[in-house]
Design a protein around this ligand. Structure first.
Ligand code: PLP
Ligand code: TYF
Length: 394
């Protein structure tokens, strides 16, 4: 029977990691996969994570099962981190999931349970895994306009025009901050207008927040999600801890479902627990436990916030330096948007041919849609990239 299996298309981002590894040049630069790297190209374990792990090793007395939802303390800590006191805790159901991807998958499952006819709306472009999971699940998907290729900013009028077609019972997937792959984000005011439209249509918002703390700051990056939650009767939030806690391989994420009334929360929680049970029963605990320890211990939390802020500032400096270098080399403001974009990524509007030429001629690897991981740069490679872009993208 297994001979019937067909080859599956590779994930373009993960495929690029392989091409990079196989390139023998020692001056090669990896701006592919979205993993934070310091100036030496290393992805460090955050100080607070290491400290929490040490504490956990000393204090943990059992590895017995937790609960189908994961440890409720994790759900509460994530609710505080993402929502603060925007909505009463008794309206929020939460489960731990294997990473943010697990949360997204479970959000789609929950939407389908609630409305088998739902259509999920995604930004054009969006994180490719959104689309591949929807396709695999057989859930109808429609795209809303988002990115203006010419200016590398959000085309908000076009976005609102396409969302005019949203129907009651549809899901509208929004990136909470630091849009992947473009780096171009809505203003808070624009998020408010999108929330009003979703409310008017009777649709359900799903916020994917995978980079809280990487854009404008922990609170600032949560502001759009909080605004949506304050305006909408119901909402889902898929939060990832992979990047902002640097616990990628531990698979820590959280799905929250906000019900309109507190009486509905037990039912939403029961459905979320049910979905965990159907898919993997108990979710992974280790990463979620570290996150909970950090968020509930003032000293660990302060150290985590300080390190996250260093990471964020480092990426902002790289953005500004790259924009400055490009201004000088192209004698234009064409690439100024790089300093305005937020998060790990910028899509710079190069053609696939130009992306390939930059890879071949300069050994600089970015994703085929011209998305680059800003954290893959350092002071030495910023001028190299600027030179490559200026020479290749006329
Ligand atoms: N959503 C977006 C937009 C992402 O870029 C990522 C990145 O990996 C995720 C969700 C989920 O990440 P993970 O499953 O590694 O937590
Ligand atoms: O967009 C990225 O690069 C990250 C990491 O299948 C990632 O979100 C990429 C592809 C993938 C899983 C994670």
């Amino acid at each position: 029977m297994l001979e019937n299996l067909k080859p599956q298309a590779a994930d373009k981002i993960l495929e690029l990691m392989q091409f990079y590894r196989e390139d023998p040049r020692d001056n090669k630069v990896d701006l592919g996969v979205g993993v934070y790297k310091d100036a030496t190209g290393h992805t460090p374990i955050m100080r607070a994570v290491k400290a929490a792990e040490k504490q956990l090793w000393e204090q943990e007395t059992t590895k017995s099962y937790t609960a189908l939802s994961g440890d409720p303390a994790f759900g509460a800590a994530m609710r505080d981190l993402v929502l603060a006191d925007t909505v009463p805790a008794d309206r929020v159901a939460a489960i731990a999931t294997p990473g943010g991807t697990g949360a997204i998958r479970q959000a789609f499952e929950l939407a389908r349970l609630a409305n088998p006819d739902t259509t999920v709306w995604t930004s054009n472009p969006t994180w490719p895994n959104h689309l591949s999971i929807l396709k695999f699940m057989g859930l109808p998907n429609r795209e809303y306009a988002y990115f203006d290729e010419a200016s590398c900013t959000v085309d908000f009028d076009a976005m609102m025009a396409s969302l005019a077609d949203v129907k009651a019972g549809d899901v509208v997937l929004l990136h909470g901050c630091c849009h992947n792959p473009t780096g171009a984000n809505l203003t808070l005011d624009q998020y408010g207008k999108v929330a009003d439209l979703i409310a008017e249509k009777g649709a359900l918002a799903l916020v994917d927040i995978a980079y809280q703390g990487f854009g404008d700051g922990l609170e600032e990056d949560a502001a759009p999600t909080r605004l949506l939650a304050s305006k909408l009767p119901e909402m889902m939030i898929a939060a990832s801890c992979s990047k902002n806690f640097g616990v990628y391989r531990e698979r820590a994420g959280c799905l929250m479902a906000i019900s309109e009334r507190a009486e509905q929360t037990a039912n939403a929680q029961g459905s979320l627990n049910f979905l965990n049970r159907q898919n993997y029963s108990f979710p992974p605990d280790h990463g979620a436990r570290l996150v909970t320890m950090i968020l509930t211990d003032p000293a660990l939390k302060a150290d985590w916030m300080a390190e996250l802020e260093e990471v964020r500032q480092g990426m902002l400096t790289l953005r500004q330096n790259l924009a400055d270098e490009l201004r000088q080399r192209t004698n234009s403001d064409r690439f100024d948007f790089i300093a305005q974009h937020r998060g790990m990524f910028s899509r710079i509007g190069a053609t696939p041919e130009e992306v390939l030429k930059i890879r071949e001629d300069f050994g600089i690897y970015m994703v085929g849609d011209s998305r680059m991981n800003i954290a893959g740069l350092n002071d030495r490679t910023v001028p190299l990239l600027a030179e490559a872009i200026a020479k290749t993208c006329a």
